[in-house]
Write a protein that binds this ligand. Structure first.
Ligand code: UD1
Ligand code: MG
Length: 451
């Protein structure tokens, strides 16, 4: 029987992210609809750790709120990654087990890689530190991993402090490390700040451990998994990488994407089987799509539930709180917000449905508008099952149209319509025989007189 060896994870998120040139803390910038730090937490959660601590800067209450219920430790001054880890020591007091340190700005790391790091930490050679390495095409300004003749990790040099020769090394520091908790506190406390930036670099821990004769090891990850985000360009790069991952997962799970490269997903998008997604569809956060739904090109969806067999778009805009029932049709230039469209209902053209229910099999004509807002409050429109709303009608909420009722085209409906009734709420049509001809004749006569 093996005993459970405890695991703690520390996520560093206190950096100001100066290079982002943003008022938003770096780790709250979103990737596939979720803040970067949320991605890191999701990967960490998959390891079921005993402790998680997120290190934030002073006043970063929005980061603390984003990571709740996980506790945060405050790093008072951003004096470097080693100092950041030290800020978490208070919350880890008395902990013995393994500690994985992650960066909040490295959002694509997978649970498998974290598991590989922990496994390497626990191997027989008992390394004090395991560093995650990578070999990116362009090593740029990443720290470099310097190995000894036996292939063990000897030290990490930050780019700014590296010699020309060291800069030619392709093996880079991805940033993540796994420590033996029993040795970590003492090793990190010995890190100083005599370097190009005058910061306390966590990376110095390797040289210190080696000086004491402790083993240090490297686990390599695919570069695409450990891209660090320090600028908007890198944020875009990471977005591109995660979109590639999400498109592949969607197809692996049985969706057809006719032009995968143009579809944008959120990390929480849920697609059923045999869903077909056309070109340039955007899934904002919180979208769930049932089996056999087709979403045609240029549709934009956010916080929406779509039931089996529904047809959406092209050019549909489904906003938060839209619920589309089974086999319903939502067509081009239709906007739906906070509304339930029940089974088999059709809203096919040029329509706004907000704060409403559209009953089963109802048919909403082109140009229908639910007037849900009077400048002060939002009001509800209820359209019964099988109702028929003629084109270009305005339904002034609060208002109900009963089951099976017909609203004549061009109506402005301000009071409830009873079931199975016909309501026509527009100027009555008047016809004047010969009027147009007489009008033309009179105008032509006037013109001739003037000439
Ligand atoms: C760091 C590594 C570098 C590695 C790269 C990988 C160090 C010294 N350097 O450089 O070797 O190649 O990541 O992406 O570790 N942070 C704090 N408090 C601080 C400073 C940073 O919490 O005082 C946090 C940041 O919020 C960020 C992470 O630590 O999430 C990394 O900091 P960053 O400044 O981005 O380090 P890099 O220059 O990218
Ligand atoms: Mg970084």
């Amino acid at each position: 029987m093996t005993t459970h060896r405890p695991l703690a994870c520390v996520i560093l998120a206190a950096g100001k992210g100066t290079r982002m040139k943003s008022d938003l803390p770096k780790v709250l910038h979103r990737v596939a609809g979720r803040p970067m730090v949320g991605h890191v937490l999701a990967a960490v959660k998959a390891l079921d750790p005993d402790h998680v601590v997120v290190v934030v800067g002073p006043g970063m209450d929005d980061v603390a709120a984003a990571v709740a219920p996980y506790p945060t430790a405050v790093q008072q001054e951003q004096r470097g990654t080693a100092d950041a880890v030290r800020s978490a020591f208070g919350l880890l007091e008395g902990f013995s087990g393994d500690v994985v340190v992650l960066y909040g700005d490295t959002p694509l790391v997978t649970p498998d890689t974290l598991r590989a790091m922990v496994a390497a930490r626990r191997q027989a050679s008992d390394p004090a530190v395991v560093v995650l390495g990578m070999r990116p095409d362009d090593p740029g300004a990443y720290g470099r991993l310097i190995l000894n003749a036996r292939g063990g990790l000897e030290k990490i040099v930050e780019y700014l402090d590296a010699t020309e020769e060291e800069r030619r090394v392709g093996l880079c520091n991805a940033g993540l490390m796994a420590f033996d908790g029993a040795r970590m506190f003492e090793l990190i406390n010995r890190i100083g700040n005599s370097n190009a930036k005058g910061e306390y670099y966590l990376t110095d821990v390797v040289q210190i451990a080696r000086g004491d004769g402790m083993a240090c090891a490297v686990v390599e990850a695919a570069p695409a998994e450990v891209v660090g985000v320090n600028s908007r360009a890198e944020l875009a790069e990471v977005e591109k990488l995660i979109q590639r991952r999400l498109r592949k997962a969607a197809m692996d799970n049985g969706a057809t994407l006719t032009d995968p490269d143009s579809v944008t997903f959120s990390v929480d998008t849920r697609l059923g089987r045999d869903v077909v997604v056309g070109p340039f569809v955007v899934f904002g956060s919180g979208v769930t799509v049932g089996d056999r739904v087709e979403i045609k090109s240029f549709s934009h969806l956010e916080q929406v539930r779509i039931d089996t067999g529904a047809q959406i778009g092209p050019y549909a805009r489904l906003r938060p709180g839209a619920e589309i029932g089974p086999d319903a049709h939502i067509g081009n230039f239709v906007e739906i917000k906070n509304a339930k469209i029940e089974a088999g209902a059709k809203v096919n053209h040029l329509t706004y449905i907000g704060d409403a229910r559209v009953g089963a099999k109802a048919n909403i004509g082109a140009g229908t508008i639910t007037c849900n807002y009077d400048g002060f409050a939002k009001s509800h429109t209820d359209i019964g099952a099988g109702a028929f709303i003629g084109s270009n009608s305005a339904l002034v909420a609060p208002v109900r149209v009963g089951d099976g009722a017909i609203v004549g085209a061009g109506s402005v409906v301000t009071t409830d319509v009873e079931g199975d009734a016909l309501v026509v709420a527009r100027g009555r049509q008047q016809a004047y025989s010969g009027w147009a001809r007489r009008f033309r004749e009179r105008k032509q006569a006037e013109k001739a007189k003037k000439a």
